[in-house]
Design a protein around this ligand. Structure first.
Ligand code: C2O
Ligand code: CU
Ligand code: CU
Length: 459
């Protein structure tokens, strides 16, 4: 259950492991209040992803996904990172507002055998669900595909939701394996390689955390809090729960102002969602969380089974009904400061075509956009082609103001916005606190690696 288990320093540490929201947690080695200090090592390991089969993977602290990083607003986070991989890597703290040198972008690789200490302070108002993953130039899809990704929960000491709610963090990913059980990447020059280049690499084995079709339980009448991360390199999820609605309560940058009742949620690569799931079913029954068909493809490259739904996990009702007090939804979750269009000093147009942004591919020695620290600007993201491209900006959370010219009424913080084929979206952003060179890119990792990325320099 959320927040009840702090780091343990008992002798039995080797056998019992702390878990939060269903995840093993990075142990806080600091005893000072307000400091979260952890050790994170990336290494090559041989572990079992698919039951009964051993696979060569890249892992954080020996696990896929990596252990959960948990901190609270106001905390100082110190991560002692060691790269034991046979190649360079970085750790990128996707969505977290932090200094440029701590962003783990391709500008700051950590060489094999080297260490780097990431330190940053968690800003007030940023409680939410985030994740970490490598971001080495041209090798992100490969390293994430090999198993490097993990969840982050940032807590608000004054969270409006009761901490008695059972909490689950669901990290969604997919992968594919060859006959020997090894993670499979397309052969150079193969047709599969062309498909992966275009669609991004998808796999037919769908994981929720470290399991395939894991089972969660709920009591009839109970409300649970779910946090979901799309850590897939290319798959976009359209999530639905058999005959149940979700109360959508948050996005990339934390809680909404007001909850919203929805039947399904589309979660593109890198995005997060916070939900409440209400146990409206009967004791003893079970339902399935599904990934419904979602057509994000160019017609020529659309997989033949794109219109099949995939099962992700089973939610089983226990035999007894909940004895919990029925949950009362607060009317307001929090206040999100509005970024004001009257303050906007510049509009930047991003034209996304396949593999390129504004007709350019990524060049580490080029700055594509220059902006002033503290400025408020609009980004106008236009997708010129017939497949989805989820657009991600490092360093700063933004607010989408319209899609295809239609105003978006719900104010929320996001760092990734999916732009379906031939559509457009505009967001407003303010470059607070941190100068530096910030990446923006398509979060289909193969597209990012192909160079569908650019650099915004804030100074
Ligand atoms: Cu999650 Cu630049 O990435
Ligand atoms: Cu990022
Ligand atoms: Cu893309």
């Amino acid at each position: 259950m959320a927040g009840e288990m702090g780091p343990s320093h008992s002798d039995s540490e080797a056998v019992t492991e702390d878990t939060i929201a269903g995840h093993p947690v990075l142990e806080n080695i600091s005893s000072e209040p307000g400091i979260v200090e952890v050790e994170l090592t990336a290494s090559k390991e041989r572990i079992s992803l698919v039951p009964g089969i051993e696979t060569d993977v890249y892992a954080y602290n020996g696990r896929v996904p990596g252990p959960l990083l948990e901190a609270s607003e106001g905390d100082s986070v110190i991560i002692h990172f060691k790269n034991n991989l046979p190649e360079k890597t970085t750790v990128h703290w996707h969505g977290i507002h932090l200094p440029f040198v701590m962003d783990g972008s391709p500008f700051h690789p950590v060489e094999p055998g080297e260490t780097f200490t990431y330190t940053f302070r968690i800003h007030e108002g940023t409680a939410g669900t985030y994740w970490y993953h490598p971001h080495p130039h041209h090798h992100t899809a490969w390293q994430v595909g090999m198993g490097l990704y993990g969840g982050i929960i940032i807590r608000d000491p004054d969270d409006p939701l009761p901490d008695t709610l059972t909490e689950h963090l669901l990290i969604l990913s997919d992968n594919r394996f060859d006959e020997d059980g090894e993670i499979e990447f397309a052969e150079p020059g193969s047709r599969q390689e062309r498909v992966d280049d275009m669609n991004g690499r998808e796999g037919d084995v769908l994981f929720v955390n470290d399991g395939i079709m894991p089972e969660l339980s709920i009591q009839s009448g109970e409300t649970q809090r779910w946090r979901i991360v799309n850590a897939s390199g290319a798959r976009i999820y359209r999530l639905a729960l058999d005959g149940h609605t979700f109360t959508h309560i948050g996005s990339d940058g934390g809680l909404f102002e007001r909850p919203k009742e929805v039947d399904e949620i589309i979660l593109s690569n890198g995005e997060r969602a916070e939900l409440l799931v209400h146990g409206t079913g009967d004791p003893g029954s079970e339902i399935t969380l599904q990934d419904l068909p979602y057509d994000r493809y160019m017609p020529m490259f659309r997989p033949s089974n794109w219109d099949e739904k995939n099962d992700l996990l089973t939610l089983r009702y226990t035999d007894e009904s909940s004895v919990q007090e029925p949950f009362e939804m607060p009317e307001s979750l929090r206040k999100i400061p509005e970024l004001n269009v009257d303050d906007v000093t510049e509009t930047r147009v991003m034209r996304m075509s396949n593999g390129k942004i504004n007709s350019k591919t990524m060049d580490m020695n080029r700055v594509d956009e220059t902006a002033e620290l503290g400025a408020t600007e609009i980004w106008d993201i236009r997708n010129l082609v017939g497949m989805d491209h989820p657009f991600h900006l490092h360093g700063f959370q933004f607010q989408v103001i319209d899609r295809n010219g239609e105003p978006v009424s719900q104010r929320k913080w996001e760092d990734t916005v999916n732009v379906p084929g031939f559509e457009s979206a505009r967001f407003i952003v303010r470059y607070d606190n941190y100068p530096g060179k910030w990446m923006f890119h398509c979060h289909i990792l193969d597209h990012e690696d192909q160079g569908m990325m650019g650099v915004l320099e804030v100074k």
